[in-house]
Design a protein around this ligand. Sequence first.
Ligand code: THU
Length: 130
Amino acid sequence: MTGVDWGALRAAARDAMSRAYAPYSGYPVGVAALVDDGRTITGCNVENASYGLGLCAECGLVSELHNSGGGRLTHFTCVDGRGEVLVPCGRCRQLLYEFGGPDLLLETPAGILPLSEMLPQAFGPEHLTK
Ligand code: THU
């Protein structure tokens, strides 16, 4: 996939962020990704009165991935409540690895980086089949 419009992807993430449910942290997050068939999918964080049960925005994104037809993630961005590019948390890098692998491209404050640089020596599905 060439000529990816990262600005449009960021706008989709900001739109999702506007629907976040983050009354406890006060820290809304939105994410958006391209799928290998051209779909754009999004997610927002959804917290819970039982704090530890809160769902990161990436949880919603991978759920939408499957609920809208599956496929592989190719490009991903994440924004905070000001709409600024945010790095995904460690657990969510693992979620992304499952469905995008090492070549998934992430927009980060340090530029566009492959997931292999954000999650080096990742554990993944391939380990379970060895
Ligand atoms: N959060 C996400 O949704 N994704 C991330 O990658 C970073 C953190 C959320 C979880 C929690 O609702 C809030 O940000 C503060 O940690």
